[in-house]
Ligand binder design. Structure first.
Ligand code: CO
Length: 211
């Protein structure tokens, strides 16, 4: 029986051939290095492929994905990606992109146990707790889920800005913008939540480090 993953190798060969047809030097040029302008922090959901939905090519976007696009400030993986992206690659924009219908966010809204992942979902439940007055008022569960997705993105944007990594870039007066977006898996459209930050002064005082 043919292994189902063989299609991936076949697709890869076609992709390589197509790239080389358009530009024989394509891989040669890419191999020299990367200077992406964006860091994408998105959900692992297979329906939200960062490059495809933004029309970006290899080399244009540094990507970190986890369940429900979380910025957990004790997550060494996230911190390492963030540090490398802003300090070495000097990305100009960090985008936290959530998506409506996010399984992680919806699971965090409920009371069912899922196993180990519950420890990850706890971070999302903590977001609910901060905004429970607004969220509890929304009786329609789908609507509440959609709003929770937006609020979760908003909190992850704040959490990014609170990191010493982002604040140190701003302290050096280097340009860095942090954005919050939501992708709608129902129509493919990305919505800008218009909660962009670009300096320390926009943060609540308690999180601001002295320069
Ligand atoms: Co998701």
């Amino acid at each position: 029986m043919e292994k189902s993953y063989n299609i991936l190798f076949e697709n890869n060969k076609k992709w390589v051939a197509n790239k080389l047809k358009n530009n024989p030097q394509y891989f040669n040029q890419l191999s020299k290095g990367q200077t992406p302008e964006y860091l994408w922090i998105g959900c692992s959901d297979s329906r939200v492929p960062a490059n495809e939905i933004t029309g970006t090519q290899p080399g244009e976007m540094f990507v970190h994905r986890n369940i429900a696009n979380m910025v957990v400030h004790t997550d060494m993986n996230l911190l390492s990606v963030l540090s490398y992206a802003v300090e070495v690659l000097k990305v100009k924009h960090i985008i936290v992109c959530g998506h409506y219908g996010c399984g992680g966010v919806l699971a965090a809204m409920g009371n069912k146990q899922y196993g180990l992942i519950d420890n990850w979902l706890r971070h999302i439940k903590d977001v609910y707790k901060i905004h429970h007055v607004e969220l509890d008022k929304i009786k329609d569960e789908t609507e509440r889920g959609r709003r929770f997705v937006e609020i979760n993105v908003m909190e992850q944007v704040y959490d990014l800005c609170k990191t010493s990594i982002v604040q140190n870039v701003w302290a050096k007066k280097e340009k860095l913008h942090v954005h919050g977006w939501v992708y709608d898996i129902h129509d493919g459209i990305i919505k800008d939540l218009k909660i962009s930050f670009s300096s320390n002064e926009e943060l609540p005082t308690v999180y601001q480090f002295d320069n």
